[in-house]
Write a protein that binds this ligand. Structure first.
Ligand SMILES: *[C@@H]1O[C@H](CO)[C@@H](O)[C@H](O)[C@H]1NC(C)=O
Ligand SMILES: *[C@@H]1O[C@H](CO)[C@@H](O)[C@H](O)[C@H]1NC(C)=O
Ligand SMILES: *[C@@H]1O[C@H](CO)[C@@H](O)[C@H](O)[C@H]1NC(C)=O
Ligand SMILES: *[C@@H]1O[C@H](CO)[C@@H](O)[C@H](O)[C@H]1NC(C)=O
Ligand SMILES: *[C@@H]1O[C@H](CO)[C@@H](O)[C@H](O)[C@H]1NC(C)=O
Ligand SMILES: CC(=O)N[C@H]1CO[C@H](CO)[C@@H](O)[C@@H]1O
Ligand SMILES: CC(=O)N[C@H]1CO[C@H](CO)[C@@H](O)[C@@H]1O
Length: 441
């Protein structure tokens, strides 16, 4: 059996090992690389077919043949980009449902696919019809499991592919693991007391923690903390699984581009309230974000009461607002807005990614003077279904002369590539800088 517990990071760095999914340098691939996928059916199943599912490609004008029919990986060109779900032009784009081939001698299903540089999520769909695979069970790769397989997680396996300038123009190597393992930071999943939590057990909740490589080696040193939220349907594991935030931080810290920091990835589900319930409770104070405000209020108060004090009493951190920042994507972008408008002075800056709607322009909440003392950074993918929400936020901020910086990744939609890039720019150019932001920021 080829099963191993290797993470893909290891599979990529040590291509010779017996992992089922390997990244291989191939000069005949249009990208310079292929990924060899191998799916081994388990002893009790004998699939008739297996599909490999991952996002297809769009072209530089996002004019691919149709929204459900992007370009095949074998036709890949340098200006193409991977197009995931929820674009701003009509219905969600499809995943590629690529037929794998049965190898009778190994008993495995196999497929080698060209991939450009970057981070990609995929699943296997046994016995599935390519036209309706979204109704099929999606399996992760047992040779390359999610870093924390987790109930409720958007369970996918993730591969990372290097850049090759001979074939490609966009270099995403800043997402790859820092080569020298002994210089990487550490991430882990912890539990903290959170009254009301129903998972993983009563009044206990999960949280992901990234510690920089030097953590614990410099007596008395305290670190700033970035709180980095997942989105709808996600968990505290997503930024490590799908976003590979640990790699992005390792690299930027290692080369001295950002100061070492702690990153906390909270989890806003199973805290004793649901969106449904809190929407029915109507408008609580502050703004009404399409019925989500009650949910956001409850999470915000829960984090302020339970999570942040726990982090600050458990780790060597600076407990001042100037050493705290909050970021989040999609539904977590809405939560970031809730923190910005209703916990304004708790954090020094806010990174709002692909957010839900912001307060209406006539809401007096825009006029709070405290908003002018914090940093605001906002963006979404250029083809992101949340692009409009993000622009509306900026238009409304501009209308009250509220300063912000923004970044809109060109070749991306509502997907991890967008949030990785916004995080990368926020870390390099914005976080911990003095406000108001100037030309040097
Ligand atoms: C084998 O696959 C079946 C169907 O997906 C599943 O129910 C079963 O748990 C699997 N067995 C193992 C050992 O993974
Ligand atoms: C695949 O699914 C579609 C839609 O459900 C159906 O029309 C088609 O006949 C199916 N094809 C096969 C080969 O099962
Ligand atoms: C990796 O980093 C460690 C710690 O800084 C250093 O001692 C070692 O020489 C590095 N290894 C390589 C191959 O650069
Ligand atoms: C982080 O440290 C813990 C405790 O030493 C260890 O079990 C875990 O494997 C480390 N995680 C990573 C990603 O290195
Ligand atoms: C914000 O303050 C300005 C100046 O006092 C005022 O003209 C405007 O109506 C206020 N906006 C809101 C939404 O309250
Ligand atoms: C705080 C509060 O009033 N929560 C209520 C919200 O609505 C649900 C029912 O939909 C109640 O169970 C909660 O107590
Ligand atoms: C400005 C604003 O809406 N502030 C509210 C934030 O939330 C707390 C607790 O829910 C309220 O007490 C504030 O009035």
């Amino acid at each position: 059996m080829r099963f191993s517990s290797l993470f893909v990071n290891a599979a990529f760095l040590e291509v010779g090992l017996a992992a089922s999914t390997t990244v291989r340098k191939v000069d005949t691939s249009p990208t310079g690389y292929v990924v060899d996928f191998v799916f081994t059916p388990n002893a009790t199943t004998h699939p008739k077919s297996v599909l490999l599912g991952f996002p297809l490609y769009s072209d530089s004008l996002h004019a691919s043949p149709s929204i459900t029919d992007g370009y095949s990986p074998w036709d890949w060109k340098p200006e193409y980009f991977s197009l995931a779900l929820f674009t701003n032009t009509g219905s969600p784009a499809t995943l590629a449902g690529l037929d794998m081939t049965y190898n009778p001698s190994s008993g495995d299903w196999e497929l080698s696919v060209p991939f450009p540089s970057g981070t990609f999520n995929y699943n296997f769909y046994p016995d599935c019809n390519s036209t309706d695979y979204l109704n099929c069970a999606a399996l992760t790769d047992s040779s390359n499991p999610p870093l924390e397989p987790y109930p409720g997680d958007q369970l996918v396996s993730t591969i990372q592919v290097p850049f090759d300038g001979k074939y490609q123009v966009r270099d995403y190597d800043w997402q790859l693991p820092l080569p020298n393992e002994s210089r990487r930071g550490n991430f882990s999943f912890q539990q903290y007391p959170s009254p009301g939590s129903t998972y993983p057990s009563k009044d206990i909740h999960d949280v992901g923690i990234y510690l920089p490589n030097e953590y614990g080696t410099i007596p008395g040193k305290k670190y700033p903390v970035l709180y980095l939220s997942h989105g709808g349907g996600g968990t505290d594991a997503d930024w490590f699984n799908q976003g590979r935030a640990q790699n992005i931080l390792d690299r930027l810290i290692d080369c001295g581009e950002v100061d070492p920091m702690i990153v906390v990835t909270p989890n806003f589900y199973n805290l004793g309230f649901t969106m449904q319930q809190d929407a029915t409770n109507g408008t609580i104070e502050g703004f009404d974000v399409v019925g989500l405000n009650g949910f956001f209020n409850a999470i915000r108060e829960n984090y302020l009461t339970n999570l942040i004090p726990w982090v600050e009493s458990t780790y060597a951190v600076n407990s001042t607002p100037s050493s705290r920042a909050f970021a989040g994507l999609s539904l977590g972008g809405g939560l970031t807005l809730s923190m910005l408008f209703n916990a304004t002075s708790t954090f020094s800056s806010y990174c709002i990614m692909s957010n839900t709607p912001s307060p209406e322009p006539d809401d007096p909440i825009w006029n709070q003077t405290s908003l002018r003392s914090v940093g605001i950074f906002a963006g979404a993918g250029f083809y992101d279904a949340a692009f409009e929400n993000s622009r509306n936020f900026q238009t409304r901020a501009s209308a009250v002369d509220l300063a912000y910086l923004s970044h809109y990744p060109m070749y991306s939609a509502h997907q991890w590539a967008t949030w990785q890039e916004i995080l990368y720019v926020y870390l390099r150019r914005v976080i911990w800088r003095d406000v108001p932001y100037g030309v040097d920021t």
